[in-house]
Design a protein around this ligand. Structure first.
Ligand code: NAI
Length: 308
């Protein structure tokens, strides 16, 4: 499988590295607008191949999309990340233009590609990619929930004092500090509800720490995180490449699911060779459904800025 990653910055390079480490793709093409930057990242990563034992070929290109031709999956990480104190929504002014242009270039050279949108504000950028490309909805997927759920599991395992592999949990809703909905009611430790092990107050702390997970790291790092985002994207690309039908919460264009329309927002979806194989409608209680509606209203408001 040939994979293109546009934006060879922190997240793009991390994603390329994890894809290579999983050793399932024949080629990863990194593209960046900065002269020689993608080429340099690709060369550096290729010099890890004998050390890390992978055969994936990683190449770089300065905005030459002919090198990306025939990609089966393309990841969009180009654009600016937030600085401490910023919201993801504040990035829309710069990132909307970049995402629209990059998405168009990708499809020109890889008309059958499945696109994974990472650039923030991610749900709105995913919606923009849908609107500007008009592809079948299963071919454009936003990455947010896979990362937010990994952060949720990290926080839960920390609170329970157990390995993360014991934990199952999911975050749905918009990929924003206020829009995320960590589904604490459904989170389990080896099938046992986590509420059996920690108090409601502690569970609420976990929920809040999950929602500001990205902001916490941005404050510590001076820019947004890249390892877990890169790993989350690589897991989704792997699910497509292997047609694994693994379920991730991810930003999907909704047409009536969960009572929502004309919006891309995080919901559980089965990912396989066709991209989104199925949107899974789980039963939410009234409070969770209200949270999802509120989250959707906030994403719609940000989407409204696209026309402005
Ligand atoms: P970064 O600044 O390290 O990398 C972005 C790269 O995009 C830069 O190398 C830049 O030269 C390149 N770029 C800018 N315009 C371009 C264009 N027109 N064509 C090709 N390349 C272009 O930023 P980082 O940390 O990698 O973050 C990238 C994006 O991903 C940000 O918008 C960030 O907010 C978002 N993000 C999303 C996450 C999610 O869960 N959806 C998680 C983490 C970051």
């Amino acid at each position: 499988m040939k994979v293109t990653v546009v934006g060879a910055g922190a997240v793009g390079a991390s994603c390329a590295e994890y894809i290579a480490m999983k050793d399932f793709a024949s080629e990863v093409v990194l593209v960046d607008i900065k002269e020689n930057f993608a080429e340099g990242k690709a060369m550096d990563l290729m010099q890890t191949a004998s050390l890390n034992g992978f055969d994936t070929k990683i190449t770089g290109s300065t905005n030459d999309y002919s090198k990306t031709a025939g990609s089966e999956v393309a990841v969009i990480t180009s654009g600016i990340p937030r600085k401490p104190g910023m919201t993801r929504e504040e990035l829309i002014g710069i990132n909307a233009g970049i995402v629209k242009e990059v998405a168009g270039n990708i499809i020109k050279h890889s008309p059958n590609a499945i696109i994974i949108v990472v650039s923030n504000p991610m749900d709105t950028m995913t919606y923009l990619a849908h609107k500007s490309l008009g592809l079948p909805k299963h071919r454009i997927i936003g990455m947010g929930g896979a990362l937010d759920s990994a952060r949720f599991k990290y926080r839960l395992a920390e609170a329970l004092g157990c390995p993360q592999s014991d934990i199952d949990g999911m975050v749905i809703g918009g990929h924003s500090d206020t829009g995320m909905i960590p589904l604490t009611r459904l989170a389990t430790r080896n099938s046992v509800p986590v509420s059996k092990f920690i108090s409601e107050d502690r569970l609420n702390e976990v929920k809040e720490a999950t929602k500001v997970g990205g902001a916490t790291l941005t404050k510590m790092l001076g820019t947004s995180a890249w390892y877990a985002p890169g790993a989350a994207v690589a897991s989704m690309v792997h699910a497509i490449a292997t047609d694994s039908k693994k379920m991730f919460p991810c930003s999907c264009l909704l047409e009536g699911e969960y009572g929502l329309n004309d919006i891309a927002i995080g919901v559980p979806a089965i990912i396989g060779a066709n991209g989104i194989e199925e949107i899974v409608e789980i039963e939410l209680n009234d409070a969770e459904m209200d949270n999802l509606k509120e989250s959707a209203a906030a994403v719609s408001k940000t989407n409204g800025l696209l026309q402005a």
